[in-house]
Design a protein around this ligand. Structure first.
Ligand SMILES: [Zn+2]
Length: 64
């Protein structure tokens, strides 16, 4: 009876954060799900850039 925990990340638009079961496409640059409202928008491009930058710089962390 318990609900199976699902990874909400996989069905949430990475641009607007909207949770949608309709999301079937992913941004090829980030491999993150993006909804119909956000795909091919300036907002999406901005988020892609942010995501790539944060992966590039932020991942080299001082976690020692
Ligand atoms: Zn969206």
């Amino acid at each position: 009876m318990a609900e199976t925990p699902t990874c909400s990340f996989s069905d949430k638009c990475f641009v607007c954060g909207k949770k949608s079961e309709e999301i079937k496409q992913k941004n090829p640059d980030t491999n993150l799900p993006v909804c119909d409202d956000c795909i091919d928008t300036e907002e999406e491009k901005k988020k892609v850039k942010e995501a790539i930058e944060s992966l590039g710089d932020g991942f080299i962390c001082g976690c020692i």
